[in-house]
Design a protein around this ligand. Structure first.
Ligand SMILES: [Zn+2]
Length: 312
């Protein structure tokens, strides 16, 4: 019998090869009790963690010091400027996707929702979402936001069916156990003509080739799959999305890949929330490259948008 782990979790092909035999968590030094490798689909070139971790095993992949839990608290002045610039770009993008002047946005992985205040400066949106971490979801609720605790796969989506103009999911679908099911649910939650918008790493670019298994896009063991552009597009088309746009986005990933390589070479770096004391310097060094490779559409991070057909 062929193990399901050999089937591409993104396109369903059964043609796979091992791409990373012994992945390492350079950022947080998490060592899962089970041994995993990354397999690569010979058809769509996406990769996935094999064997598939049990849903209950995932919590241990995220240490308390995980950077996403401290967003905004540990940034230096330079990173704060970048975070502010990102909110401006996203807010304007969301506004451009609305058919009218205002709309409803559901954010998957909403955190404590502080970014909603930033986004509200650029787009007239009614915000809601879902957040896995109970403490963050509680904080969001205390601020008055309609935020469910848990995952999109497990939450009751009945009250959200056909309700949202935009579903945003930045750095989400590479973390979930069943990305196809997640994107199916998003489609159901969108209004006809509504858009899903997201950001994620892609192995289709020079970055993953240069850094190999130290490439930050693996973010092992937390990234359960790494999408190729072809795999992402194929998955969205199969589900019935249309007007699929995928393009490069400048990010901080090269700086983390550089940090990973230094750690791999045995350079002693003090890490806090997965970032070293020279992270700011690495960010400054890598940022010009980030913008150049984004301009020629070869980044290791991509933005995507896809529309729910109007007839649905
Ligand atoms: Zn595939």
């Amino acid at each position: 019998m062929i193990s399901m782990d050999h089937f591409c979790v993104i396109c369903g092909s059964n043609q796979s090869v091992i791409s990373v035999r012994r992945p390492v968590d350079y950022e947080y030094s998490v060592i899962p009790p089970e041994k995993y490798c990354y397999l690569r689909c010979r058809d769509c070139c996406s990769e996935w963690l094999s064997p598939r971790p049990a849903p209950e095993a995932l919590a241990a992949f995220y240490p308390e010091s995980y950077h996403a839990y401290s967003e905004g608290e540990d940034h230096g002045w330079f990173a704060k400027i970048l975070v502010g610039a990102r909110a401006k770009v996203r807010g304007r993008k969301y506004r451009s996707l609305l058919s009218g002047d205002s709309g409803s946005l559901f954010d998957v992985g909403a955190g404590d929702c502080r970014h909603f205040y930033e986004l509200a400066r650029y787009a007239d949106l009614k915000f809601s979402g879902v957040e896995l971490q109970p403490a963050l979801a509680k904080r969001a609720k205390e601020m008055g936001f309609d935020v469910a605790t848990g995952t999109l796969e497990s939450m009751d989506i009945m009250p959200h069916i056909g309700r949202h103009d935009i579903v945003s999911m930045n750095h989400v679908i590479e973390h979930v156990n069943d990305p196809v099911e997640v994107m199916r649910r998003v489609l159901v939650m969108l209004k006809p003509g509504g858009y899903v918008i997201g950001q994620l790493p892609t192995n289709e670019g020079w970055e993953s080739h240069v850094f190999g298994e130290a490439w930050a896009g693996y973010h092992y063991p937390r990234h359960l799959q790494v999408f190729s552009r072809k795999g992402l597009r194929r998955m969205l088309e199969k589900l019935g999305y249309e007007d699929i746009q995928i393009r490069s986005s400048p990010h901080c990933q090269i700086a983390i890949s550089m940090q990973n390589i230094l750690l791999k070479w045995g350079v002693k770096l003090q890490l806090r929330h997965g970032r070293s004391n020279i992270y700011g310097l690495l960010l400054l060094l890598s940022l010009p490259f980030e913008f150049v490779i984004a301009a020629i559409d070869k980044s290791g991070i991509i933005d995507f948008t896809a529309c729910k057909p109007k007839g649905n």
